[in-house]
Design a protein around this ligand. Structure first.
Ligand SMILES: NC(=O)c1ccc[n+]([C@@H]2O[C@H](COP(=O)([O-])OP(=O)(O)OC[C@H]3O[C@@H](n4cnc5c(N)ncnc54)[C@H](O)[C@@H]3O)[C@@H](O)[C@H]2O)c1
Length: 323
């Protein structure tokens, strides 16, 4: 398959690129390196089947790039991903997330690429649902500019399906974690706890630690993207990609400390405004239609992530001491 991945240098995008290359596909990666890193593509760049183009999805150039590739599938993951930043600067968030997505859809319909697999946000599309795990039929209730932008992308892609016969699949992802997640960001608690615990720094839990999230391993998420990319074009719409299992922040911290043999308790700080209390996604539709199910449970996933972080931190510590 000839594929194009936006957000290719990011956490999930780079893991997807590696999987597509391992499956034998041709991959063009597009990223403006706003939060992504070319170091995430070190392996991919060795492949003759991979090309990297530094560009913004919101730029006019994107249309030429897609016209040059004529991809069979576009995996659209490029985004401004920081919820807090979306609150501080909703214009910038919408210009990347909404206008960037319209730009991708326009470029696709011009060259006849029907399949777009879009990284939607299952963690934010339902607001604070009353019953968990939540299914896709529950009305959307975005509570931040980021969430509103992601839901509007789903609506735009749906409109393009109706107008031009595009075949979008929106994968509504829960809390994704795993190798290459940035431990220096605001989100990504597994990477943040992991790097603090591994380097002997204190860890902080915001709130009482009883808030829950549905942690899904990046390898499983990438598998969902691949299945969506290979599905019949008659399959369209939104699919939840999560485990359905709720894990508390305290529980996650406990699992990670236990894996590392650390007994130091976390610190507690005030709850951050705007954060939801509980979320878990029902993935029955993905299981039935995409034959997708999560394979890696949180205990195993945390172990795999810690193993990766240990290596990654060692590399940067060595680089610092040599500098
Ligand atoms: N990580 C999660 O838990 C999660 C959950 C739900 C949805 N998502 C979605 O999955 C996608 C990937 O997220 P991630 O966690 O890998 O984040 P990430 O920040 O690692 O990846 C996003 C990538 O998009 C790139 N990018 C940003 N603006 C761009 C632009 N204008 N043009 C081209 N590239 C641009 C960044 O440089 C980065 O490489 C995003 O769309 C995000 O909203 C992530």
């Amino acid at each position: 398959m000839r594929t194009l991945v936006t957000g290719a240098a990011g956490f999930i995008g780079s893991n997807l690129v590696d999987r597509l290359l391992a499956d034998g596909h041709l991959v063009v990666g597009v990223d403006n390196l706003a939060s992504g890193r070319t170091a995430n593509l070190t392996g991919a760049l060795r492949s003759e089947r991979f090309t990297f183009i530094e560009a913004s999805v919101a730029s006019p150039e994107l249309s030429e790039i897609i016209a040059g590739v004529v991809p069979q599938v576009v995996f659209h993951l490029a985004a401004q991903v920081d919820v807090r930043r979306s609150v501080d600067d909703p214009y910038q968030d919408a210009s990347t997330n909404v206008l960037g997505t319209i730009n991708v859809a326009e470029a696709c319909r011009r060259v006849g690429t029907r399949r777009i697999v879009f990284a939607a946000s299952g963690g934010s599309r339902y607001g604070e649902p009353t019953a968990l795990p939540v299914g896709e039929d529950v009305p959307t209730n975005p509570l931040s500019p980021y969430a509103a932008a992601k839901v509007s992308c789903e609506l735009y892609l749906g409109a393009y399906a109706g107008m031009y016969g595009l075949a979008p699949i929106n994968l509504a992802l829960s809390n994704v974690y795993g190798p290459r997640q940035n431990p220096h960001g605001e989100a990504g608690v597994v990477a943040i706890f992991g790097s603090a615990l591994l380097t002997g720094h204190p860890t902080t839990i915001f709130g009482d630690g009883m808030a829950t999230r549905d942690y899904v391993y990046v390898g499983d998420v990438v598998d969902a993207f691949v299945r969506a990319g290979e599905a019949q074009t008659s399959v369209t719409g939104t699919f939840n990609i999560g485990t359905g299992v709720q894990t508390t922040t305290v529980g996650l911290h406990g699992l990670m400390s236990e894996a590392l043999g650390i007994s130091e308790p976390p610190r507690y700080s005030g709850a951050r405004t705007g954060e939801i209390q509980a979320i878990a996604l029902d993935h029955t539709a993905a299981r039935t239609t995409l034959q997708w199910k999560p394979i890696v449970d949180v205990r195993k996933g945390v172990y795999l992530t810690l193993a990766w972080l240990r290596d990654a931190l060692d590399i940067s510590l060595t680089a610092t001491s040599e500098a």
